[in-house]
Write a protein that binds this ligand. Structure first.
Ligand SMILES: [Zn+2]
Length: 306
């Protein structure tokens, strides 16, 4: 049993969760947890050209994937979509095939909870890399159910280079989510929806500044993946009372609660749900109902090829 607060029933899906391989490696090596505290430091720490970057071996990836499953089971998540960025593993010497096969081999057989993978492509990726990934999407193993465009949206606001990638993802039967409106304006969320066909938005805080966008998200049932602790830890919102969650709900936008980067934030999914209840001044039953409804926004399993 987990030491986390006991949920009043199944916790529902956990749709926005990163592997955080470097933090896992640092933890294993007994290094201290890095304290980011701001957007700039967070994105700087995720640059793959840092000299002090911890290298990750194929065995590490296998172990980390299994660890996530154990953690999510202990927390009570009943379905998990895990974001996996291939770039650092490729830089550390894995081939694309080894990376995707490892994800399939480790995650594919798991249940209670099922863990699927969302391929994360960073906004700062070079054009050649985006093209390479675009060509490979059609042959991804079935454990991959979605594509995420993530990273520093202020430094890389233009998503046009990702349009062919998003189209290839749709053709391959992958769902699309985009980190947008976390630090940037509502315009970034519009672009994710209109240009990339995103069906879910990571964070989407600035959506609440645009009534027209809120109406669009409610009408088309575009889910906002909410991560309260992450937003506070990185300074995307200054205080819990300033989080736009109430506005999203009032507009009828579907939401899901998520730990996002739990190794950084130190928060579990049950703790995120408790935080949401406190923020909204509501009880756990309401929060669990919202989280259960988010199940309809899971990226569906892909059709077998051919
Ligand atoms: Zn995220």
């Amino acid at each position: 049993m987990s030491a986390a607060p006991t949920p009043a029933g199944p916790l529902g899906p956990h749709l926005h969760l990163h592997l955080e391989p470097e933090e896992r490696k640092r933890r294993e090596l007994g290094l201290t947890r890095r304290d980011f505290g701001s957007r700039d430091r967070f994105f700087a720490a995720h640059r793959t050209d840092r000299a002090d970057r911890s290298r990750i071996q194929p065995g590490d990836l296998r172990r980390f994937l299994a660890d996530v499953h154990g953690e999510q089971r202990a927390q009570g998540a009943d379905y998990v979509e895990l974001r996996l960025s291939p770039r650092r593993f490729l830089l550390d010497g894995m081939t694309w095939q080894e990376f995707t096969d490892t994800a399939q081999r480790v995650l594919g057989p798991l249940h209670d909870p099922v863990v699927t993978a969302v391929l994360l492509v960073n906004r700062n990726s070079p054009e050649a890399f985006i093209g390479e990934v675009t060509d490979r999407l059609g042959s991804l193993p079935r454990v991959f159910v979605g594509l995420d465009i993530a990273g520093d949206e202020l430094a890389h606001p233009d998503v046009r280079p990702f349009v062919p990638l998003a189209r290839a993802a749709a053709d391959a039967g992958l769902g699309c989510t985009v980190h947008a409106g976390e630090f940037g304006p509502a315009e970034h969320v519009w672009r994710a929806v209109d240009l990339l066909g995103a069906r879910r938005i990571g964070h989407g805080l600035s959506s609440a500044t645009s009534p027209a966008l809120l109406r669009r998200m409610a009408r088309d049932a575009i889910l906002t993946e909410v991560s309260l602790t992450s937003n506070l830890a990185l300074g995307a919102v200054a205080a819990p009372g300033e989080h736009p969650l109430p506005a999203l709900l009032a507009a009828g936008v579907p939401v899901a609660f998520n730990a996002d980067v739990p190794l950084h934030s130190g928060r579990t999914l049950p703790e995120e749900l408790a935080l949401a209840a406190a923020l909204l001044g509501t009880g756990p039953a309401h929060i669990h109902a919202l989280q259960s409804r988010a199940r309809a926004h899971r990226f569906p399993p892909r059709r077998p090829p051919g």
